[in-house]
Design a protein around this ligand. Structure first.
Ligand SMILES: C[S@@+](CC[C@H](N)C(=O)[O-])C[C@H]1O[C@@H](n2cnc3c(N)ncnc32)[C@H](O)[C@@H]1O
Length: 212
């Protein structure tokens, strides 16, 4: 690996969040065919990776509003941090339901308290109740918070400080310095995610649903 990439790797602070282990308490095994929606620039072994952009890692370039697959093909569909970027999330979930096989699993993840981020647009935010409303004919098995109030506080603090800085390299420096100083606070979520009140400032929420 080139020295520059190695240096960048060492200087990049740890992520400002921890993941709620409860999210993966559901047993939703992969099948022969599984679909990952929105995985540009990622490797997603075991899945067909579909994205609206033809980028490294993408197997199928298509719009999630009209999935180019027959009914009932997939055992599992992952849709992680995508529904906020589509014009009609209800339509996308209908498509997920259509391409799932009976008994197949859908896993949706969406932001709630999270900064504006365009991929290529950013239309909205969600709550677990909002995800339940979208599920349509799917049977909801579990909903909850993936990342909690400490993640929200850290992500917004970093964004707020960067907002005040006029130059890109200052922003990169602030991100590195503050990221390294503040990251241990992410562990507050071990405690906060157990509180029902965590939802007031939750960062990302999830839903697991099954096609009857
Ligand atoms: C925030 S990224 C999520 C990346 C990844 N799932 C993750 O959690 O790190 C959103 C992805 O959804 C893709 N996307 C946005 N609109 C889409 C659409 N209508 N159909 C398919 N993919 C879309 C974007 O190109 C982008 O790769």
């Amino acid at each position: 690996m080139p020295l520059r990439s190695r240096l960048e790797g060492w200087l990049t602070p740890p992520k400002p969040y921890i993941l709620n282990p409860r999210e993966h308490a559901v047993n939703a095994p992969l099948g022969r065919w599984n679909l990952y929606i929105g995985g540009a620039r990622q490797r997603v072994p075991g899945y067909v990776n579909l994205d609206i952009f033809a980028m490294p890692g993408v197997d199928v370039q298509a719009d999630a509003h009209a999935l180019p697959f027959p009914d009932g093909l997939f055992t599992r569909v992952e849709c992680d941090a995508v529904l906020e970027h589509v014009q009609n999330p209800g339509r996308v979930v209908q498509e997920i339901e259509r391409v799932l096989a009976p008994g197949g699993w859908a896993h949706l993840v969406t932001p709630f308290c999270h900064p504006f981020h365009e991929y290529p647009k950013d239309y909205r935010r969600f709550t677990p109740d909002g995800l339940r409303e979208l599920a349509g004919g799917l049977e909801v098995i579990d909903t909850g918070w993936r990342t909690g109030p400490a993640a929200t506080m850290l992500v917004f603090t970093l964004e707020f400080v960067k907002l005040l800085l006029p130059w890109r390299w200052w922003r990169a420096l602030a991100h590195g310095v503050l990221g390294w100083l503040l990251w241990p606070l992410r562990y507050l979520d071990v405690w906060l995610l157990r509180m029902p009140r965590a939802e007031r400032l939750g960062n990302h929420c999830y839903l697991w649903a099954r096609k009857p």
